[in-house]
Ligand binder design. Structure first.
Ligand code: MIC
Ligand code: SF4
Length: 648
């Protein structure tokens, strides 16, 4: 039988179930990655499992998100992570070594392997022909403890990339086109597999730009074949030995096949406040721009920065704009320092940051009031930049550099300059001295005052009785639920971080929810379509759990967030009829009776709102219902792992 790349890799890793789209399967995870903002919670949970050392082929702990270090909190977290890595057999990539996805691509990714990461952009690794999946920290902790990862077996969509990109059009424009076709919701449970003759014209980092932003479509992951281009990339990293060929079989069947003619693409831009609001750059040409940010895990590779440097070599930045450049990794930064491009960027007036997430997560470089900020990153959700009324546009490095030169939104094809011809190095300068190998001897774990306990939930009650504490609309992202940016330093301190739940939607939410919880009432959230888009941060489940949220009633949920809700004992319910959403208001009294009995028997629940009964659905496997009954995964896991005695 002819197989897709996705099926081939999944089948090699199957532990439970068969490759039947729509059914729950369990897969073996070869590699894990964590980043510091989700990592502390993941490792606190890993510690609670009592495993002596990680059971994966490779686990890497990166520090790239919380590197601002105003106050002791970030530095304390870094020390905690370092000591955990040392004790449990994890590689530790220190702050300053680069953004997890870029470094993983350069130094660790291997075609054909599975990678689970506590960051939603883990699918970046699909550019190397591996299956990279984003998940909550608890799921990653379980994978490190040797447990399989459970997911819904995906449907596979094939996108044929045909022809070749024209000058000034690049990988970002390809994925923005894909986002225009797919949108950002209703794609749960799919993998996009890229093929076609145009694939051969794209380097691994270009492929990774495309797989990185597949996340914004809400799909499980994206994957490219592993071919001669992949081998060339690995060779330039001194890792040719990690190469294997991976291709789909002739005649493999796909759920859907889409053709994109690369020659027809033009520079594109995603407009505020969603990566799916795609237009052409030409349509916005002339709009005054205040800030340009180039970098993030989407577009911060050597080639991205070299193109920008070449464009800025002869044209300095416009005096009215702030130009920020964040290299993706220390390797990228070193290579552009060695070849002189860094000096060109500095000469042009760019502000160079250390290789971290920084501006992308609103952790620095927040733009001015009412600013127009154009960025090469992957998310432009409301307020994510740290400035509530900023308008953030997402585009390619070429289009971003064009705006930096003119001070206006500019189609780079209209600049009147030649498209830079770049020679890629046959061998990158590499230096892994900021990746610390574990000693496995130390048992001392550093815990500063910022490190709290992983919170446990209570088992799901028989009757959920409380209040609709908030009613929100469609496409509520995890950035709406629990902000990052300046609040992110509380990631390891749940009571403190919980004070900011829904801060940008409704400042009174946390106090109201706390008061209801303390008076013995449960909190219920009502939402529209695509609830929980965006990040994998399980804090968007843990903090509401801490505030006493027991159920969320939505038109639909995004994959990672739904899994996180279940892991922390919050029931994700969907309306049987979406019209009922209109019947509910914030403040309404809610009763959901016989919850334990009905969940056990897999029977739909009924929600009584004031005096009206509303039918709701859930689609949960036996395993997920058991987790919910127990009030979350941590309790289940600690007892199960203790029973299995996997600590040796
Ligand atoms: C993001 O891009 O939103 C983040 C910050 O990388 C998150 C993870 C987090 O919230 O820590 C993600 O995408 O998963
Ligand atoms: Fe970091 Fe931004 Fe990438 Fe998230 S999307 S991992 S914040 S660079």
């Amino acid at each position: 039988m002819s197989k897709t790349i996705t099926q081939k890799i999944f089948e090699k890793h199957l532990i439970e179930g068969n490759f039947e789209p729509g059914k729950e399967i369990a897969v073996r995870i070869d590699q894990t990655l964590t980043q510091d903002a989700t990592g502390t919670m993941a490792y606190l949970q890993f510690e609670a499992m009592g495993t002596a050392r990680v059971k994966t082929e490779l686990s890497v702990s990166y520090v790239d998100h919380n590197t601002i270090q105003i106050g002791f909190e970030n530095a304390d977290d870094h020390q905690y992570l370092k000591s955990i890595a040392d004790k449990y057999g994890i590689l530790f990539s220190q702050a300053g070594n680069g953004i997890c996805h870029q470094v993983h691509l350069e130094r660790f990714g291997k075609p054909g392997k599975t990678l689970l990461g506590s960051d939603s952009h883990t699918p970046t690794a699909g550019g190397l022909g591996m299956i990279g999946i984003g998940a909550g920290g608890l799921d990653v902790a379980l994978a490190m403890a040797g447990e399989p990862f459970y997911l819904t077996c995906p449907r596979v969509i094939r996108i044929n990339l045909n022809g070749a990109l024209k000058p000034w059009v690049s990988a970002k424009d390809v994925i923005l086109k894909v986002l225009e076709i797919f949108g950002t919701s209703s794609n749960v449970g799919c993998v996009i597999e890229y093929d076609g003759d145009g694939v051969k014209t794209l380097s691994v980092p270009e492929r990774a730009t495309i797989t990185n932003m597949g996340t914004e479509c809400g799909i499980t992951t994206s994957v490219f074949p592993s071919d001669e281009i992949t081998r060339e990339f690995l060779k330039a990293q001194g890792r040719e030995g990690d190469w294997v060929e991976i291709a789909s079989d002739k005649g493999a069947e796909y759920d859907r096949v889409i053709d994109i003619m690369l020659d027809d693409l033009v520079p594109m831009v995603a407009c505020p406040h969603n990566p799916g609001n795609v237009k052409t750059v030409k349509e916005l040409e002339g709009m005054v721009v205040n800030q340009i940010c180039i970098g993030s895990c989407t577009n911060s590779s050597y080639k991205d920065l070299m193109i920008v440097a070449e464009m800025l070599k002869v044209n300095k930045k416009h005096p009215n704009v702030s130009l920020v450049i964040s290299p993706g990794s220390r390797q990228v930064l070193s290579n552009i320092a060695i070849n002189g491009a860094l000096a060109d960027l500095l000469d042009a007036g760019a502000r160079i940051t250390e290789p971290v997430c920084g501006f992308c997560i609103g952790n620095s470089q927040s733009p001015q009031t009412n600013a127009v900020s154009v960025r090469t990153s992957n998310r432009n959700f409301f307020a994510r930049s740290g400035t509530k009324d900023a308008q953030v546009y997402l585009l390619s490095p070429e289009s971003a550099a064009a705006a930096a030169i003119t001070g206006k939104m500019t189609d780079p094809r209209h600049l009147g300059i030649e498209y830079p011809q770049l020679q890629m190095p046959e061998r990158f300068y590499t230096d892994d001295s900021m990746i610390i190998l574990p000693s496995l001897v130390s048992s001392e774990i550093y815990r500063g005052p910022n490190i709290g306990e992983p919170p446990h939930n209570t088992p799901t009650p028989d009757c959920i009785q409380g209040v609709v504490t908030i009613k929100v609309g469609d496409k509520i992202t995890t950035d709406h639920i629990i902000p990052a940016g300046s609040r992110m330093k509380y990631r390891s301190n749940i009571p403190e971080y919980s004070k900011f739940v829904f801060e940008i939607e409704d400042e009174g939410f946390a106090n109201r929810a706390t008061a209801y919880r303390d008076s013995g009432k449960h909190n219920i959230i009502v939402a529209g379509i695509g609830y929980g888009q965006g990040s994998s941060r399980e804090h968007a489940a843990i903090c509401p759990m801490f505030l006493g949220v027991k159920a969320i009633l939505a038109k639909s949920f995004e994959r990672i967030h739904a899994a996180n809700l279940i892991n922390f004992g919050i029931i994700p319910l969907t309306f049987a009829s979406d019209d009922d959403y209109e019947q509910i208001n914030a403040g309404d009294e809610v009763i959901i009776a016989d919850v334990r009995k009905l969940l056990t028997e897999n029977i739909p629940l009924t929600v009584k709102i004031n005096d009206k009964e509303i039918a709701v659905n859930y689609s949960l496997s036996e395993r997920q219902r058991q987790i919910l009954l127990a009030g979350g995964m941590l309790g289940v896991v600690t007892s199960k792992l203790a029973h299995l005695d996997i600590s040796s």
